[in-house]
Design a binder for this molecule. Structure first.
Ligand SMILES: [Zn+2]
Length: 134
């Protein structure tokens, strides 16, 4: 059985992945202009500022758009097919791509409320979305 890819942190992304391993979602923010950005970078994409910080992000959001994947790109994903790949708009104003899990694909819809859960892959946790229950 082949394994799913595991993120490889670099200097810009290490804090993000470390927080994931503590099951916390954090986001990079610019101290100069307040811009919130994902993915993490060395510079603020709005003002080119280098004084970037991290803060906890609300682990909730909505489905912006999604696709149902029927044909796995690699054998590691075959058992999951069909599965949902989605763009999630987090409540703190940034967008991430992730899977929507713990839900039949046909139940996923645009604007559906989700919360973040963490999937472990070979020692690294990564954020995924599941339907928010109330
Ligand atoms: Zn900025």
């Amino acid at each position: 059985m082949t394994e799913k890819p595991v993120p490889v942190p670099n200097a810009d992304t290490q804090p993000f992945w470390d927080a994931c391993n503590e099951e916390r979602l954090i986001v990079q923010t610019c101290k100069a202009c307040g811009h919130v950005q994902f993915y993490p970078r060395a510079l603020c994409v709005k003002c080119d500022g280098r004084d970037l910080d991290w803060r906890d992000a609300k682990p909730s959001g909505k489905v912006h758009t999604f696709s149902i994947v029927h044909r796995a790109p690699t054998p590691a994903f075959r058992a999951d097919s069909p599965y949902v790949l989605a763009l999630i708009d987090l409540d703190d104003g940034f967008r991430m791509m992730m899977n929507v899990v713990n839900c039949p694909p046909e139940n996923v819809s645009i604007d559906m409320a989700v919360r973040i859960v963490f999937e472990e892959r070979n020692g690294q946790r990564l954020p995924q979305a599941e339907p928010a229950s109330d």
